[in-house]
Design a protein around this ligand. Structure first.
Ligand SMILES: NC(=O)c1ccc[n+]([C@@H]2O[C@H](COP(=O)([O-])OP(=O)(O)OC[C@H]3O[C@@H](n4cnc5c(N)ncnc54)[C@H](O)[C@@H]3O)[C@@H](O)[C@H]2O)c1
Ligand SMILES: [Zn+2]
Ligand SMILES: [Zn+2]
Length: 394
């Protein structure tokens, strides 16, 4: 089959690889009808995620049609149309039982390696390094889905692929980011990053009762899309973000601050982000947490800092003193996607949100390598790419 494979920094290729096969009775094989490129894939593309190997199939936002079902899987049948969560979860362990699917303790075969770095291992993820399981990803014509009686959600025929595809990751992630803010109604939420995740966080914050959303980015079309949703915007390259948020909140700070940027912010944004860049380049640091620092400073006393932008290692110069002295709450996670699916599917069915608003580029899988570059460099107004394998793009 054809698939997008990682071959090193800046090097994604459209390769021919072996077709996936059922390896366990609970597996299913999906013929992919649509998949997307995520900001998390850019961390792979930029070479900042360790334990990738040449030839690894990437991609973790995938949907399609079930073409084969393992003998022990009585939830799915051939022909079902499903969206596959990026987090792989067994559904039975201590964490899955509590709804913490992205903490599944049975889905990462390389858990010991992850535990060495992080103390304990999270769940395995599709197409996201050997540290997180070494599972082939879903930017491919076919995908093997482990624990396929737990993860995939069946979607009704009345909804198009483009309306439901983002249930695999960015819609639940943006929603979780806003849910973490524990909104009661009337709050001001500041959101760093108007990429796809930030866009869903903005809309989810309004759905959950925020009165004002302040959206921060520098890319004009991303700020414009945030405005369309009702957000007030700040361009971080031409404004002092802290001063602007102070002005907008009577000097108190935002009730909640969401980091939807993570470890690869714009280097030129500030002195500390230049300093982070140099440290990481010299192997003296693992991450570039400029946005997290700023989000903490801009949060009001006893407010919440919600982190969904991804970080990998040991974050330097985090103003923890500010956080403890002012009573901040921190919430963060790789999204336990399965936990959110029934509710978010119902929001789409009730037309409270149409997730396809974020798509700017549609193409066949063979155009993937080019579109990784376009998405990374924000060329041609690129905000979100959907790839259609198996000739479905035509
Ligand atoms: N927690 C999860 O489960 C989960 C799931 C999906 C994605 N993510 C992470 O969320 C993050 C965003 O993903 P995305 O798909 O929206 O990616 P993206 O790269 O398209 O978006 C990031 C945005 O941040 C903006 N930005 C850069 N520096 C900034 C700064 N200093 N202040 C404000 N904005 C700044 C960029 O211009 C860009 O628009 C990534 O780190 C990704 O790995 C996490
Ligand atoms: Zn993702
Ligand atoms: Zn589990």
């Amino acid at each position: 089959m054809k698939a997008l494979c990682w071959h090193g920094k800046g090097d994604i290729r459209y390769d021919t690889v072996a077709d996936p096969e059922i390896e366990h009775p609970r597996d299913a094989i999906i013929k992919v009808t649509a998949c997307a490129i995520c900001g998390s894939d850019l961390h792979l593309f930029n070479g900042v995620i360790p334990t990738m190997e040449k030839g690894d199939v990437v991609g973790h936002e995938t949907m399609g049609e079930v073409v084969e079902v393992g003998s022990g899987n009585d939830k799915l049948k051939v022909g079902d149309r499903v969206v596959v969560p990026f987090t792989i979860a067994c559904g039975e362990c201590y964490f899955c039982q509590r709804g913490f699917y992205s903490g599944c303790e049975r889905s990462n075969p390389n858990a010991a390696q992850a535990a060495k770095l992080w103390g304990h291992s999270p769940a395995g993820l599709f197409g996201y390094s050997h540290l997180l399981g070494g599972y082939p990803g879903g930017q491919a014509e076919y995908l093997r889905v482990p624990f396929a009686d737990v993860g995939p959600i069946k979607v009704p025929d009345g909804l198009s692929d483009e309306q439901v595809l983002f249930l695999s990751d960015i819609f639940p992630t943006g929603y979780m980011a806003a849910e973490f803010c524990d909104l009661k109604g009337g709050e001001t939420v500041a959101i760093w990053g108007c990429g796809p995740v930030g866009q869903f966080a903005i809309r989810s914050a309004f759905l959950l009762g925020a009165e004002r959303v302040i959206a921060i980015d520098t890319v004009p079309e991303r700020l414009a899309l945030a405005k369309e949703a009702g957000a007030e915007t700040i361009d971080f390259m031409t404004n002092d973000v802290y001063e602007r948020i102070q002005d907008m909140t009577e000097g108190r700070g935002a009730d909640a601050c969401i980091d939807a940027v993570g470890t690869e912010p714009e280097t030129r944004a500030s002195l500390d982000s230049i300093y982070d860049r140099l440290k990481v380049a010299a192997y003296l640091g693992t991450d570039r947490p400029h946005v997290l620092r700023q989000a903490i400073h801009c949060c009001r006393n006893f407010g919440t800092v919600s982190v969904v932008g991804v970080y990998g290692g040991f974050l330097d110069k985090i103003p923890f003193g500010s956080a403890i002295n002012r009573g901040l709450t921190f919430r963060m996670a790789q999204t336990p996607v399965q936990h959110y699916l029934p509710h978010l599917l119902s929001l789409i069915e009730e037309e409270k949100i149409d997730p396809s608003f974020v798509i700017t580029h549609r193409a066949g899988l063979e155009d993937g390598p080019d579109l990784y570059k376009k998405f990374r460099d924000k060329e041609d107004g690129c905000i979100k790419v959907v790839l259609k394998p198996n000739g479905a793009a035509a």
